[in-house]
Design a binder for this molecule. Structure first.
Ligand code: FMN
Length: 386
């Protein structure tokens, strides 16, 4: 056990929030975390047990690990779950049913890796990767990707054609329709971290001057089309939560938006396409984004769009994700809930995403609520499905 200093009450998080027809019992959300425990894209009983266990401890919403959308170049590991094909859908149906039986809500996180994908480890090694401008990103960024992987990503390829781009959009829509059919409570879109949606948004990876590019507003088109395509195939009752980030795998110090105005101009068309809440992904929730204000990314998303938002990054831990990837970690559990609650109580954001703390200890939420010491953080728990 690790020491907790000044246990803070997190009771204010235990109030409901309604997004369309989904009423979250409280404001704690399990953050999306890739696990690679779904052989050939099929989540099994162990995956259902893993999610149902978190639902049973009272997590207000589970956002699943990134799920490969129905496109051959979506993901690069065969253990990442898919949301198409009979076996994958049957697997997810069991997950959804078990989470519901445990009293929880669950959204799948729809994911297409875009640029950051290694075809050689994927089920479709011959499928060409989809890159807005053929480039992987700027040189010299702050990264924790392995140097060999960067060497592999570096060669410039052909920019995606209109037809290829449309195929990806259609893949998002098909997977979303499948999710709705098997009873998921909403849809989460992975629009951050340098993957495909972010790669279109970011000026360093999207140099196009056609309808998919241009200035920061023009670059939102792909995201807008993805959200619209999803909205068109799911019932109106299902909410959509959209993750975005300043940081990228290509550069932790990247900036998607340089000013609040730019952020507003990026998020507004995406919101208008049919998003109900934004997930402002940061490596550490207590880091300000723009000079002259200590608002975090979720705080800014809420301020510029008026929509509910979720913060994430380092809740219950002393270092952010990235400093502690699956392979390398030097984080430790820490009770930083005072910092979190001060922000929540001033209305900065509406939801709190918890990632590694919930892998480290499925019962984390009880301890956080009771003010009990957290378990010592064991990075091996990031590699186990318990
Ligand atoms: C093992 C692991 C896998 C992750 N996979 C995903 C993912 O599939 N999609 C995503 O958007 N973020 C992913 N993340 C990032 C988390 O959602 C979260 O934003 C990050 O871990 C910071 O939260 P934390 O400090 O509470 O862990 C992953 C993080 C970890 C530790």
């Amino acid at each position: 056990m690790t020491e907790t200093a000044n246990a803070t009450s997190i009771e204010p998080l235990f109030q409901p929030l309604t997004l369309r027809s989904a009423t979250l019992a409280n404001r704690i959300v399990m953050a999306p975390m890739t696990r690679e425990f779904s052989p050939n894209g099929v989540p099994g009983e162990d995956v259902a047990r893993y999610y149902a266990k978190r639902a049973a401890t009272g997590v207000g919403l589970i956002i699943t690990e990134g799920v490969g959308v129905d496109h051959p170049a979506s993901v690069d590991k065969t253990g990442v779950p898919l949301l198409h094909g009979e076996a994958s859908l049957a697997g997810w149906r069991r997950v959804v049913d078990d989470v519901h039986a445990a009293g929880g809500l669950i959204f799948p996180q729809l994911w297409h890796q875009g640029i950051v994908r290694d075809p050689s480890t994927s089920a479709h090694p011959d499928a060409p990767g989809v890159r807005p401008s053929g480039i992987w990103g700027p040189e010299g960024g702050t990264v924790s990707l392995e140097p060999e992987f960067i060497e592999f990503l570096r060669p410039v390829s052909r920019p995606a054609t209109d037809e290829e781009i449309q195929d990806v959009i259609d893949g998002f829509a098909r997977s979303a329709a499948n999710a709705a059919k098997i009873g998921f409570d909403g849809i989460a879109i992975h629009g951050g971290h340098g993957y495909i949606l972010d790669a279109f948004l970011w000026g360093k990876t999207n140099l196009r001057d056609d309808k998919w590019g241009g200035d920061h507003i023009g670059r939102t088109r792909f995201a807008v089309e993805v959200v619209k395509a999803i909205r068109a195939v799911i019932p109106d009752t299902l909410p959509i939560i959209y993750r975005f980030s300043q940081w990228k795998l290509q550069d932790y110090r990247a900036e998607l938006a340089h000013t609040p105005k730019e952020l507003e101009e990026i998020l507004t068309p995406i919101a208008q396409a049919g998003v109900d809440a934004f997930d402002g992904s940061q490596r550490y929730f207590n880091t300000p984004v723009f000079e002259g204000s200590d608002l975090n990314l979720a705080g800014w998303a809420r301020k510029v769009t008026g929509l509910p938002s979720m913060t994430v990054g380092g809740v219950g831990l002393n270092k952010g994700f990235g400093a502690s990837t699956v392979k390398r970690t030097d984080s430790d559990s820490v009770n930083n809930l005072g910092l979190l609650m001060a922000r929540f109580e001033r209305g900065e954001f509406d939801l709190v995403g918890v990632g590694r703390s919930l892998l480290n200890d499925p019962d984390w939420i009880y301890k956080a609520r009771a003010g009990e010491p957290f378990e010592v953080f064991d990075p091996a728990n990031l590699r186990r499905l318990t």
